[in-house]
Structure formats: C-alpha cells, structure tokens
Write a protein that binds this ligand. Structure first.
Ligand SMILES: Nc1ncnc2c1ncn2[C@@H]1O[C@H](COP(=O)(O)OP(=O)(O)OP(=O)(O)O)[C@@H](O)[C@H]1O
Ligand SMILES: [Mg+2]
Length: 242
C-alpha cells in the first residue's frame, strides 16, 4: 500500500502554458494503488510538469536531491508552476523522507555532494565511497540507488538516461528490494520499455484527453520498440526509402 495515495488537480483556469497541456488542463484524479507508478507518454505530454509539481508538494527541492540535505537550500514560493494547484492525499500518513531526481540535474547534484564532502568526507560513504564525478554517469546513479535509497518516496525523471540495459535490470532489482520492504514508493517518468515491465506497477499514460491507466503491453514504447527490434531492417528500409 503506497504512502502517497492520490494526486488531485482541478481543471486549470487562465491562459498560461499549463492550460495548453492537453493531458492536464481538464484536471485529474490519480489513484496511486501500487508502490511503483510510471508516467509514460509522448515528448511534451506533461509528465515532467506533473512530476515536478508532485515533488514540490512533497517538499523536495526541484534542484534534485534528498529532502534533508536540502533544508539549508530552500526557496521562497513554488518553483514549479503546477505545484500550487496540486493536492496530495497520504495513507496512512504523510512521509517526508525521499528524493527527487532528474537525470539531467544529476551533474549539479554530484557537485553539491562534493562541496559538502569538503567538510565531511564521510558523506561520500553514502555514494559508494568516492566523488560521484569520479564515477561514470550510470555507475554514480546506481551507487546512489544502492547506497542512499532506503525509506521514503522516490520521484525520478527518466532515470534510464544514465543506465545501460543491464543496469536497468539492476535498477529494477533495487526497486524490488525497497518496494518489498513496504517502506518505499516510486514515481517514475520514463521512456524505457524495459522499466515499465516492472510487475504490478501502475502505468499512467499521458494522452490528448487526460491521464489514463494502461498496461505495459499497450504502451507505444513497448509495442514500437518490440516490433522494431523484431525486424530493424524492415523499419529502416521503409524510413530511408522516402
Ligand atoms: N517553463 C515552461 N514554460 C513554457 N512551457 C513549458 C515550460 N515547461 C514545460 N513547458 C511545455 O509544457 C509541455 C509539457 O512539458 P513536459 O516537460 O512536462 O513534457 P514531458 O512529458 O516531460 O516530455 P519529455 O518526454 O520530452 O520529457 C511541453 O509542451 C513544454 O514545451
Ligand atoms: Mg520530461
């Protein structure tokens, strides 16, 4: 049973860019029924916008990183345009531990950890014992998952950007260990057809008319990747003959 159990958004008034996102502008009621939820959809369909709004309502900084680490780092007001409209429901209670991370902000996060480590080298123990800048993108990402994830809610935007297919499987196993402990919840925006196969996950598809639940077999990510890999030559011939 997840901690964060519902995300509510009223229909959006006004005429900013939020009102032009078709998946979100009519409002939504998202029931989070499992400990692992994926957001999938076309580029620009609103996944990061919603994820960032949720992360900010959870109390995480959008610069990425751990809630506690960032307490000296807080900002005034909301960074995400959507956050002020979002309401979260928690069952049985609100939790504050966890993490928000975008693959593209990982470099800045690594620098921030290095700065903290100047005064306290032991901080690096939580990240595999050495600076995240001295590890490859995927190595450092996984050492973060392996060493730092524990109890809490983990909100991740495209974690697969750092990971080879083998490391995606390793990541799936880390998610499984934490999820089974009943103390961790994951909300992940992704384009990875492998990641979304996670058993029992809820998959939210961002469409032209809202956000709907689907199965991994019914996503375009899964179907197109599978049929492409079944016969790449066929697809490529078709594309290049034009
Ligand atoms: N700060 C901003 N100002 C104006 N428009 C924005 C802003 N941030 C996002 N948008 C627009 O909102 C829409 C949704 O963007 P969002 O980043 O949520 O998409 P996404 O589903 O995460 O896409 P991707 O899969 O490419 O990461 C896009 O059309 C984008 O151009
Ligand atoms: Mg995005």
């Amino acid at each position: 049973m997840p901690f964060l159990s519902r995300v509510s958004l009223p229909p959006l008034q006004g005429n900013g860019y939020l009102q032009n996102i078709p998946s979100l502008n009519n409002g939504l009621q998202l029931a989070l029924k499992s400990n692992v939820t994926f957001f999938v959809g076309e580029n620009g369909s609103g996944k990061s916008t919603l994820l960032e709004g949720i992360a900010e309502q959870c109390g995480f900084s959008l610069r990425g990183g751990n809630h506690n680490l960032n307490t000296g780092y807080r900002f005034e007001g909301y960074e995400s345009a959507l956050a002020q409209h979002i309401q979260l429901s928690w069952t049985p209670r609100r939790i504050n531990e966890g993490f928000f991370m975008r693959a593209e902000s990982f470099f800045n996060f690594a620098s921030y950890i290095d700065e903290l480590a100047v005064d306290n080298r032991r901080i690096l123990n939580a990240y595999g014992g050495k600076s995240l800048h001295e590890q490859s993108h995927g190595e450092s990402f996984l050492s973060l998952f392996n060493n730092h994830f524990d109890n809490g809610i983990y909100i991740l935007d495209e974690p697969e950007a750092a990971l080879s297919p083998a490391r995606i499987l390793a990541f799936i196993s880390v998610i499984h260990q934490l999820e089974q402990s009943g103390r961790a919840q994951f909300l992940i925006a992704t384009h990875s057809p492998m990641l979304i196969c996670y058993p029992g996950a809820t998959i939210c598809q961002f469409n032209e008319d809202g956000v709907v639940e689907t199965s991994y077999e019914d996503t375009e990510h899964f179907q197109l990747t599978k049929s492409f890999l079944d016969n790449p030559a066929l697809y490529l011939r078709h594309l290049m003959d034009k």
